[in-house]
Ligand binder design. Structure first.
Ligand code: SF4
Length: 224
């Protein structure tokens, strides 16, 4: 039976994005296909689970939860495993929330029917240091927009306005109803970034894209 490397399974509240504060069961997969400069989830430990073992662990959480958050790393690297676990959890009425870097479109295509909400990163090249991923993001967003999807972009002191404009153009073309969340890079000076975030929000508004500035509260509150 297929196995996946999982760094942790735990309950907490969602610390970012449109579902901030919702109680979730988190399944954090190990490993990522990117290496962003601001990454804070480079974990070095994991356990191997098969889908039934993970399902048994999920069932131990007995409170009322908004959804299961499949996060990482990049959960879509474990597509075959995800397909099996999602088939199990959907039968038991769980809602599925996917946190993803938005680059693995073929894998998303295989799973989109089982996903309820996609929280998709847009990796702005001048923020992430990962080069040009726009084509991958475009293919991914086309598939994600069959379900509820919102986007998140980290804004750093060095983030270029041209990257924001590219992001808003992509959203307008592919998924115009989607909201873009701007998040400040928690490793940089917040006072200087706040001014930039506010200017970027105005620019996005002028481009016709709904944008919210929502900080990553799990970092400031010490939540997992
Ligand atoms: S996509 Fe997310 S998990 Fe992967 S390197 Fe970038 S910030 Fe880290």
């Amino acid at each position: 039976m297929i196995k996946a490397r999982i760094s942790e399974v735990f309950e907490s509240v969602q610390g970012e994005g449109l579902y901030l504060g919702e109680k979730q069961i988190f399944v954090r997969f190990f490993g990522c296909n990117l290496n962003c400069t601001y990454c804070d989830t480079k974990l070095d430990r994991f356990m191997e689970y098969n889908p039934h073992e993970l399902f048994e662990e999920i069932k131990l959480y007995r409170d009322k939860y908004h959804s299961i958050s499949f996060t990482g790393g990049e959960p879509l690297l474990h597509m075959e495993f995800l397909k099996d676990i999602l088939k199990l959890t959907v039968k038991h009425g769980y809602k599925h929330y996917l946190e993803t870097n938005g680059t693995l479109a073929p894998e998303l295509e295989e799973l989109i029917e089982y996903i309820d909400i996609v929280a998709m990163d847009l990796k702005l090249p001048s923020s992430s240091g990962m080069g040009d991923l726009w084509h991958m993001h475009e293919k991914f967003l086309k598939i994600a927009s069959r379900k509820e999807v919102f986007l998140k972009a980290i804004i750093c002191l060095g983030t270029l306005e041209e990257d924001l404009l590219r992001a808003t153009a992509l959203i307008k073309e592919v998924s115009p109803a989607s909201i873009l969340i701007l998040q400040l890079n928690s490793y940089e000076n917040h006072a200087m970034l706040s001014e930039k975030l506010s200017r970027f929000k105005d620019i996005a508004h002028q481009q016709g894209v709904t944008t919210c500035v929502i900080p990553q509260i799990h970092k400031t509150m010490g939540l997992r």
